[in-house]
Design a protein around this ligand. Structure first.
Ligand code: BDR
Ligand code: CA
Length: 311
């Protein structure tokens, strides 16, 4: 199985991303690191521990990372993910323990000790990942690829042109995209196609496990906030698509392009500038997701959640 690390800010869709990473047999989840984004760092870390415990994956190490972006102040997404960052399901109960090393150190150790090159999947702001690349440039030798959910080839969701994960820490995204490593960008242009319809939620609800009900509760809460804040009929499930992209064969189609992050725009800070028509002559380093096999994606996620037990 392909070794992966998930760096995340759970977050409803991050929680589903973790379940896919734990439950799909083609992936081996080496560790989980958390970052501030959807909620503050203590909350995203607690949420990662809770969801892994509920999935019966308490053997996966979890380390907490950066509590704020590299530059500027943190602005959480409480309007979408609630006060806990994971409002909706009842996730009380015993959870695992957070590692006694920071996220960047856990990532370094896992990458350096892996027999096979590691795929790093980031589903939150890229603060931890940027810090890892800056503090331990040697890790790139054993990094296969960085797959991140963020940006868009089209418009944004936090400002007219910027997506939440990128605009939360544009400097971090800039560092990652200019690192020279192969990257895959899973942007809103594809994630907005993975909508959790009523039928999808009912399918989770019908599973004979508590985890199925947790997923249904997560998606029901997410549906409510997406309806209220964006007027979406069904909520888009962004983050697990980044995990699906690490599974071969992938359920996404990509095109190679140069991607830059707008750092100084008057109205567009945090926008991803994707050179789809190859006008700039910049090196093409990013595989940009442009299409998604929606049914195959839901089958992957459903199958993974079905295989997971937990308390
Ligand atoms: C991204 O922002 C967060 O709210 C989600 O978890 C996802 O990673 C979508 O813009
Ligand atoms: Ca996220």
């Amino acid at each position: 199985a392909r070794p992966v690390i998930v760096d995340c800010d759970p977050g409803h869709d991050d929680a589903l991303a973790l379940l896919l990473a734990v439950g799909d047999p083609r992936l081996r989840l080496l560790g989980v690191t958390t970052v501030a984004g959807n909620q503050t760092l203590p909350r995203t870390t607690a949420n990662a521990l809770k969801i892994l415990a509920r999935a019966g994956a308490t053997d996966v190490p979890v380390a907490a990372g950066c509590a704020r972006p590299l530059v500027g102040e943190l602005r959480v997404a409480e309007d979408i993910h609630g006060a806990s960052g994971l409002d909706g399901p009842d996730l009380e109960g015993p959870t695992g323990e957070v590692a006694d090393v920071p996220a960047v150190e856990l990532m370094r150790r896992l990458i350096e000790h892996s027999a096979e090159p590691v795929t790093l999947i980031a589903t939150g702001p890229l603060t931890n990942v940027a810090l890892l690349l800056r503090s331990h440039p040697g890790v790139t030798a054993n990094l296969r690829r960085i797959i991140f959910m963020g940006g868009s080839t089209e418009r944004g969701n936090t400002t007219p042109y910027a997506e939440f994960n990128i605009v939360t820490d544009p400097e971090a995204a800039d560092i990652v995209l200019r690192s020279g490593l192969p990257t895959t960008m899973i942007g809103l242009n594809v994630t907005h196609r993975a909508l959790a319809t009523d039928e999808i939620i009912a399918e989770f609800r019908a599973m004979p496990t508590r985890l199925g009900a947790v997923c249904a509760d997560l998606l029901t809460f997410f549906a409510g906030t997406y309806r209220r804040e964006f007027g979406f009929a069904h909520p888009p499930v962004h983050d697990p698509i980044a995990v699906a992209a690490a599974i071969a064969p992938p359920t996404i189609t990509t095109t190679r392009a140069a991607v830059a992050v707008e750092l100084t725009g008057t109205h567009t800070r945090g926008a991803t500038v994707v050179d789809l028509h190859r006008r700039t002559g910049a090196v093409l380093r990013t595989d940009v997701a442009v299409d998604l096999d929606v049914d195959a994606f839901w089958r992957l996620l459903m199958t993974a959640v079905r295989t997971l037990g937990g308390p």
